[in-house]
Design a protein around this ligand. Sequence first.
Ligand code: B12
Ligand code: SF4
Length: 522
Amino acid sequence: MRTLRIGVIDLVAQGPTKSLWARVMHANLASIMPQVVAAWCKRQGHEVSFLCYTGLEDLATLLPQNLDLVFIGAFTESALLAYALSNQFHAQGTVTVLGGPHARCYPQDAQKYFDYVLGFTNESIIQEVLLDCARHSPLGLRLSAQRQPTHLPSVQERWELIEPTTKKAPLIKMVPLLASIGCPYTCSFCIDSTVPYQVFDFEATKADLRFLLTKFKRPLVAWHDPNFGVRFDQLMDAIDDAVPPNRIDFIAESSLSLLSEPHLKRLKHTGFKALLPGIESWFDLGEKSRTGSIQGIEKVRRVADHVNLVLRYIPYVQTNFVLGMDGDSGEEPFSLTRRFIDLAPGAFPGYSLLTAFGEAAPLNLEYQRDSRVIGFPFTFLNNNGAMNVKPLNYDWPEFYRQVIDLTKYSFSSRAILKRITGTSKVVPKWMNVVRAVSSEGYGRIRYYGEIRQRLLSDAGFRDYFEQETDILPEFYIDRIRTTLGRFWDWLPEGAIHHNPNAYLASQVGTPVAASDEERSVA
Ligand code: B12
Ligand code: SF4
């Protein structure tokens, strides 16, 4: 096979930006898989250029002009940038491949703009793409392994890709790692609810951690495991075997059900500094927060006690909530969350608007069957730019009123002050304030306020939310144009729109073209 000139782009940004958040944090949000794909291509002897695009780089000059093939990793919020880039690369004769959350969630749409759209990706899938390396039009090929990969190239092998990315982060420098993949829980809204839990080889994890100790005085590791520590003792034994106590700072997403006091003691001893447990709802998903069938105020008290316990051991805690779930109705879910903020003032509340990401989760089929999914452009599908599921128990202005009140309460001066006193260390205190006064806190209050105002005053805007028209309000088109900057000119015709019910259509046997069928490779 001839040596290919390959580019791999990890899209962290949605377009060019100079924001402070992008400068400080974007490089810390880099994904692992684009590095893995680049390493697999190198193993095959190809010439590989790698770029983590944080929005600050000049994409045109950083990658060679005459690439044979380019891999792009993208979340749905960056999908339109990915489509524009693919279009630009096609114009130069480069074959394009999309992987990552967007490819998994919206494969039918992505096929229109890429030559290959990858689901679960292992080394053989990449080899297959490299061997074929051809334009596929009008629909790209969908390829997926039958399961998630069982091993990944080591940090040492990927170091030449990791190092330039961490260098872009001026203050905090996180290195992402994965000790496991999938999840044994079955939260019906989650992409991992149907992905079997599997642990990577503990010896490989140990080797990665030992290697990082040779590269940083005090490494900061962000575990990307969907649910860290399911096989808690074995994993912690492995970490403790490789790393002296408290020599590496760790961050992880974990469910409260895994965070018992003995586990917390151990996590503290090992060096865990931040945990992000999901609470999601006061009326649903009790198994995640160890509250079983308990709901409402009783659940609030239990969870607040538990989170306060976590805060005694771990300096930074973010509690994640999903707003607008079907189990919620009226004022109560929001007032309960306000109560929780009073009872556990040290935790940073992370809010997501209910979002059905294409075929991510089984629950999305139900929403599509009930015609409740709205085709907001991908740019806004990041858990807060738009809620693309029509709420079951709220009308839109009322829902946004509740969300705005809750956000204001969460980031009021009083709550910020209580959060400062409720956290023990300087960096967490600082992080809590910055996040509250930045786009995440104050910025969202402004944004949601504008949406609500338009819902009340602009009939066309409201009609779009009520699914009475497909005409996308100018407001959204303007924002996409601003977000994409110079890439707007490369956005393929029609890319702003997608079929919000494509998942359902694929399930009920809508006829598909031959190249539309997904081929599974073991
Ligand atoms: C860890 C994680 C994060 C981390 C790390 C993100 C990162 N850059 O990887 C942090 C906390 C930073 C994060 C942030 C966000 N996240 Co997140 N995150 C996850 C989580 C929990 C695990 C994902 C993971 O790494 N799995 C392990 C990998 C190996 O498996 P995988 O993702 O299935 O990938 C496979 C294939 O997709 C493919 N693949 C993946 N990438 C690539 C790239 C290429 C080039 C190729 C060829 C293949 C390929 O290979 C893998 C192996 O088969 C998932 C939820 C979950 N339970 O899975 C959400 C999830 C991915 N996040 C999500 C979202 C929405 C976000 C945010 C937009 C939230 C926000 N508002 O800030 C941001 C976006 C950040 C960004 N732009 O980079 C959504 C994505 C939905 C979508 N279609 O876009 C998910 C699915 C959660 C959800 N709400 O359902 N997230
Ligand atoms: S515990 Fe977390 S990762 Fe696991 S299925 Fe539920 S939401 Fe998904």
